[in-house]
Ligand binder design. Structure first.
Ligand SMILES: [Zn+2]
Length: 207
């Protein structure tokens, strides 16, 4: 196999149009008659349909990736069914992949010359790397940041989790998926200032 593929990681904060970019890429592939596969980790158990959907209204069918899915085996099955190697894989929410699954993807790239484009978040609501993102930073061929801007004008870095009052949540499980209303992307400075403001407000009534 002479074809040389790449493992890509395109990361950004929430609301940085990662999914819209994935879907636009899928659309372009279709226009040019290129074959591709869309995949997404299965996290939100309320999700019934296997689709990747963007806020701008477009969607595409996808294959679910479960915690124990072997992506190397899955790729081989897909190639068998298709009768040949499928050159492009588009993966949404790649932060939720396990490190092992990212390694499996890298083997698909190296053994079959596929191009695998992973879109995902860099860090969780406490500013720490997700497992899938960490492994992608470690071994991806090409890493691109999809930038977006905080209300103050700086680049967004943090995906802050917010409660019903709009306050930033500091504790909790790493994965707690709801609607878009539960998270807001902010810059590091605003994230810090807001938390200081919250803690002062909580202390003041007792002084
Ligand atoms: Zn800011």
């Amino acid at each position: 196999m002479n074809r040389i593929g790449k493992l890509y990681f395109r990361y950004g904060t929430m609301g940085s149009a990662k999914t819209a970019m994935l879907l636009t890429t899928a659309y372009n592939f279709e226009e040019r008659g290129m074959r591709y596969v869309c995949m997404k980790p299965f996290i939100d158990t309320r999700e019934q349909l296997n689709v990747i959907r963007s806020r701008i209204g477009i969607e595409r069918e996808c294959t679910w990736i479960y915690q124990d899915t072997d992506l190397y085996a899955t790729a081989r099955e897909l190639f068998e069914q298709a009768g040949s190697v499928i050159e492009w894989f588009l993966i949404d929410e790649a932060q939720f992949l396990t490190a092992e699954q990212v390694d499996q993807l890298s083997r698909v790239v190296d053994d079959f010359g596929c191009n695998i484009v992973c879109y995902g978040l860099r860090t969780d609501f406490q500013s720490h790397l997700f497992e899938g993102s960490r492994r992608l930073f470690e071994i991806a061929d090409t890493i691109d940041e999809i930038k977006s801007t905080c209300t103050c004008g700086h680049k967004t870095i943090i995906n802050a989790r917010i409660d019903s009052n709009g306050d930033f949540v500091e504790e909790g499980a790493q994965v707690e998926i709801g609607g878009d209303d539960k998270y807001i992307a902010v810059c590091r400075k605003c994230w810090r200032n807001k938390r200081i403001e919250q803690s002062e407000r909580d202390i003041l009534p007792f002084l």
